[in-house]
Design a binder for this molecule. Sequence first.
Ligand SMILES: Cc1ncc(C[n+]2csc(CCOP(=O)(O)OP(=O)(O)O)c2C)c(N)n1
Length: 634
Amino acid sequence: MPRLLDKIASPADLKQLTRGELNRLAAEIREELVSVISTNGGHLASNLGVVELTLALHRVFNSPHDKIIWDVGHQAYTHKLLTGRKDLFSSLRQYGGLSGFTSRDESEHDPFGAGHSSTSVSAALGMAIARDLSGDNYHVIAIIGDGAITGGMAYEALNQAGHLGSRLIVILNDNGMSISPTVGALAKLLARIRFDHRYHQAREKSKRLLRLLPLGNKLWGASQQVLSGVKGMVMPTMFWEEFGFTYMGPIDGHNIRELEIALAKARDYPLKPTFIHVVTTKGKGHLPAEGDAVYFHGVAAKHTGAKTVPTYSEIFAQTVLRLVRENPRVVVITPAMPEGHCLNVVQAEFPHRVFDVGIAEQHAVTFAAGLATQGFIPIVAIYSTFLQRAFDQIIHDVCLQDLPIVFAIDRSGIVGDDGKTHQGTFDLSYLSLIPNLIVSAPQDENELQHLLYTAVNAGHPMAIRYPRGTGLGVPLDADLHLVPIGTGEVLKHGTDVAILAMGATVAPALGAAQELAASGLKATVVNARFAKPLDSSLIIELASSIKCLVTIEENTLNGGFGSSVADLLQKSGISNVRVKSIGLPDQFIEHGTQAILRAKYGLDAKGIAGEVLSLFPAAGRLTLAKVNNRVRAR
Ligand SMILES: Cc1ncc(C[n+]2csc(CCOP(=O)(O)OP(=O)(O)O)c2C)c(N)n1
């Protein structure tokens, strides 16, 4: 039988479908999701959970005239399939293909790009107010998960939305899960609504009432009072009403008819912002994902291959476990990412010293600062891209007071398939400018252990950035030792060029040195290790004997490690040295595998060698001569 999905060119094609056809389409969409995501990787469970909700949204509303805003944007795959991107769907998250998130560049049906959490209500409110100011007449709908609604920005937006009272629809997609089970007082409240037997009774009552009441605007207010009254008696849902929203729910998020009735009522309600509580099952319709929504939240692409070497995150967690065992003052904080940081092992042994604070990076950092004032040593584990959220908290709450906090910054540098919103390519820049902060990066997973130990004992704030993925497979020292702060390490001596490499770029720099040796160039290679404070005496000493310095970092060149080195040389009055900085350009880095992107931006051994060689035209000629000789010899 031909697929119904293949006939859907735009949301308008959905409006003619019968109930039976809609259910068939939902099943076809799930098949497509499972098939593409199991090859390309992506957010499987989150997407399976919103198939019916997406269908209902596109039947009731008129995108792109009406603005549908997905929070985080990781669950918008069905939305992509229905909005003209079906034929490109097999390119999802591939280099040059569709993004794994919503993006204004990709489609007019994505009115707001995302990737980071908890922005949808703010953006939706902005659009609603813009509509009101310009006298337009479209609907604005934000869909936010129970995980994303733990982020502070969501409350800032709800607070203003309730105050302004502009027409706006907020849909809470409540599946009880962030990546791990959602934490927090609100999560407990939602769980109570989902699991209380009275909820099921009330839901049945709501369903009947919703069906009985006509859709007319005038009757809506009265019907709402009835519904709120019923629910207010049995459930703590008045919370949203107190925020100034008209509340509706809980609605079965897998019943398209029920969803459509609720959405149409919200659409036709002219008076206030409305809040629809939709209950969904993460991973719905695919048993493995329903059974383990944590594992299937995000799955890796097939090309990743079998893993034999531990990841940096695993070594991080093992070391943290050791540090927590050894020092009762060490505590660990993660904003909703215990899985990503492999912290489950620490949580299992020390449930009271690991804090999942929800998707709340800003709060995580200031919460850590509070703990530090009382003599605790918090290790705050955050991905590089998400730490951007807490920039002022790092400055104002931590560094200004010189509080001893360890920032464990995972996924720094190029992260790969998640793309522009997730690349960790700014941290060296935004951290190096902050007084009192020590900024470091290990050359391998063994050094990560020692830097963590050093940071816990530093007595000052210290950041350690490390990359996504497996380590180098180096042996791990059994004993941890202090790394002298602000010192680099010369790994290889050469007289023609000194390559100063930061963190994960040390290994390709060593590879490049080998290639350069084949061209007759002798390179010194330094594991720079600290972006702040720099090992200024080592750098100045090298600059006095080697007339060409090359810096390498997987970070933007704007204000990064290279610019700190250039600044040091300039301030030290050293001008007779050639300095070349290799790093990322002044742009957002697209998605693609780490290998593709490192090769593209010249950050692998070959690229580094080529760049260095270009500084030595004579050596370049030498290489060319060698190649020509080889060709002639054949
Ligand atoms: C600021 C920020 N921190 C962390 C993340 C990582 N992250 C992506 S999805 C997600 C969970 C979202 O949960 P929820 O909103 O409930 O959506 P679900 O996947 O359960 O449908 C997290 C923590 C992020 N995208 N943005």
